[in-house]
Design a protein around this ligand. Structure first.
Ligand code: PGA
Length: 241
């Protein structure tokens, strides 16, 4: 199976910077072995699509669950699809913890993504205090059960395990931690088979190969290290082996 290497730019890289990134993003030898996906800010989707020199899947970082409406500042899954996105991140920990997104809202967003023909990439992960309290499995099961119902019979979806304590901190889960959590995710999903389960949290070119060789880790979701074309290419090349 091809490894997935996805970059979440968060609130970085407007259209000009996005075009500049793509003109310099030239990973070597990855086209057959790695599935590349970028999640730029919505306003940069078009620039990424136009400037990409290598095949890159396009995704949005957030969607609303309604198709349209008086919802100032929101974007629907259908609009994202029309603008060229094929993937939607749902339930990123920054959405959950900085913007108060609930498990219920995550479920609705996953349903909306599927409705619009987007591949949801649903993020789950525990806080440090939850891990320390021994609640890893409980947290993952609770988060997954909130959206699993939206995925009956759906195979075009991914889950990203992103321990909150490892996001943007330089602190990475060990390959064993990642494998353990991925096994819980897989078991909780039961008959719903994801296209991939990704690991995210301080992935860089130095740790990517080891993380991706851990059992059950199908790829990585990269934040900070996806912002530089050379660094992100290094991770893609690590995934290619
Ligand atoms: P990070 O972010 O790689 O900067 O830790 C990962 C993410 O938030 O998806």
């Amino acid at each position: 199976m091809r490894k997935v290497v996805a970059g979440n730019w968060k609130m970085h890289h407007g259209p000009d910077a996005a075009a500049g990134f793509l003109s310099r993003f030239r990973p070597r030898g990855v086209s057959e072995t790695v599935e590349l996906i970028l999640f730029p800010p919505d306003l940069s989707l078009r620039a990424v699509r136009k400037a990409a020199r290598v095949p890159v899947g396009l995704g949005v970082q957030n969607i609303h669950w309604e198709e349209s409406g008086a919802l100032t500042g929101e974007v629907s899954a259908e609009m994202a699809r029309e603008a060229g996105a094929s993937f939607a991140l749902v339930g990123h920990s920054e959405r959950r913890h900085l913007f108060g997104e609930t498990d219920d809202q995550v479920g609705r967003k996953v349903r909306a993504a599927v409705r619009a023909g987007l591949v949801p990439v649903v993020c789950v992960g525990e806080l440090l205090k939850e891990r320390r309290a021994g609640w890893l499995a409980d947290v993952l099961r609770r988060q997954i059960s909130a959206f699993a119902g939206a995925l009956e019979g759906v195979t075009a979806f991914m889950v990203a395990y992103e321990p909150v304590w490892a996001i943007g901190t330089g602190e990475t889960a060990t390959p064993e931690d990642a494998s353990e959590a991925h096994a819980i995710v897989r078991e909780t999903l039961g008959a719903r088979t994801p296209a991939a389960i990704l690991y995210g949290g301080s992935v860089n070119p130095g740790n990517a190969a080891e993380l991706m060789s851990a059992p059950g880790v199908d790829g990585v979701l990269v934040g900070g290290a996806s912002l530089d074309p050379g660094v992100f290419a290094g991770i893609a090349e690590a995934a290619a082996g």
